[in-house]
Design a protein around this ligand. Structure first.
Ligand code: HEC
Ligand code: HEC
Length: 200
């Protein structure tokens, strides 16, 4: 009996280690795959041309969110031409590798470009957001980090949820009632926190 139970345990252990290897994200492969992305994502203050806003910081971002963001571009749920072109034939494994690389890349610039909004007022308005945007970077985290993101990118993201251009029912409902000034102040608040970095 004891021996049988032991064999069973070994069998399960062997199985789970096989599936873990098959899915493990490869940080070095992710770094190589990110080479084509560097032109836009590695220097602070690179701007998207039209409309004008800073390319988002992705260093230290939660891996599960990066995968989900890349999938959204691939599925055209986030209409951005370059990002759609960069993901249209990207495999899930490659997304996982890139996400793992970005999550641990925290050595780049922390500089976060501000928007002149009122961060103290933004902090009050953001009380309802903190359950999810609490800067959790543990392995089980799924919600994006907003801390330290460039302010005009955050404004643009919120505005796009409001208009439905960026499709996410939950976030659409969260930002629906916010005015332009509210959005500016909330963006200023998250921008003022330490968090995301520009990839090294
Ligand atoms: C021509 C410039 C450019 C290139 C090249 C580029 N990106 Fe982007 N990336 C952007 C811009 C601009 C955005 C914001 C788009 C939007 O508003 O949705 C973005 C958004 C992202 C996001 C979402 C960030 C967030 O907070 O939601 C991720 C992840 C990302 N890029 C990863 C990559 C990867 C991986 C590559 C290479 C395979 C890449 N990018 C190549 C400009 C670029
Ligand atoms: C129940 C959890 C939850 C709450 C509460 C919440 N969010 Fe979000 N937020 C998310 C998730 C999940 C996403 C990613 C959605 C997607 O893929 O587009 C997100 C995305 C965002 C983004 C885009 C991030 C990026 O890098 O592009 C911004 C900005 C944002 N939220 C702001 C807010 C604000 C402001 C509030 C409060 C008014 C708020 N959120 C409340 C879960 C939440």
């Amino acid at each position: 009996m004891k021996k049988q139970a032991m064999l069973l345990v070994l069998g399960v252990a062997a199985l789970s280690s096989v599936s873990a290897t098959a899915q493990a994200a490869d940080i070095n492969a992710g770094k190589d795959a990110f080479e084509t992305c560097r032109g836009c994502h590695v220097s602070v203050g690179t701007s998207n041309v039209y409309p004008t806003y800073y390319v988002p910081k992705v260093g230290g971002q939660v891996a599960a969110y990066t995968v989900s963001a890349l999938k959204s571009y691939k599925a055209s749920n986030r209409p951005h031409r370059t990002m759609m072109a960069n993901t249209y034939d990207m495999s899930e494994q490659r997304m996982e590798d890139i996400a793992a690389y970005l999550a641990q890349d925290k050595g780049g610039s922390t500089k976060a470009i501000a928007n002149g909004g009122n961060a103290a007022n933004g902090k009050k308005l953001a009380a309802a957001c903190m359950a999810c945007h609490n800067d959790d970077t543990s392995a089980t985290a799924t919600n994006p980090r907003l801390a330290g993101q460039h302010a005009n990118y955050l404004e643009k993201a919120m505005t796009e949820y409001q208009s439905g251009k960026r499709k996410n029912a939950l976030m659409q409902s969260m930002v629906q009632g916010l005015s332009e000034d509210d959005i500016k102040d909330i963006a200023a608040y998250f921008n003022s926190l330490n968090g995301l970095t520009t990839v090294k």
